[in-house]
Design a protein around this ligand. Structure first.
Ligand SMILES: [Zn+2]
Length: 93
């Protein structure tokens, strides 16, 4: 799963995206799996097989303004992050 994001943040395009495993205390999940960007502070939370952009420091980013709190598949995030490389339209999903 974590390789699909290629460690590249779709908000700031740095390679500082790190994967954090879910935290469990006494068998209860206290924090879901997520990706955190150490450059811009963006946080992507697991949301069933998708990823939701829940937080960022770069609130002026067009990616944040358009897609925050939306749950998208990894390939959809990748096409947002690399619009020239992948012309796949989001409306296909
Ligand atoms: Zn970032």
């Amino acid at each position: 799963m974590q390789m699909l994001f290629e460690k590249t943040c779709v908000v700031c395009h740095s390679d500082k995206l790190v994967f954090r495993k879910k935290k469990m205390i006494l068998g209860i999940t206290t924090s879901p799996e997520n990706f955190v960007c150490e450059n811009c502070g963006s946080v992507f939370c697991e949301d069933e097989l998708r990823w939701k952009l829940v937080s960022t420091k770069d609130t002026l980013s067009p990616v944040w303004q358009q897609f925050h709190q939306k749950s998208l598949y990894v390939r959809e995030w990748l096409s947002i992050g690399n619009p020239e490389k992948d012309e796949t339209c989001l409306c296909q999903s």
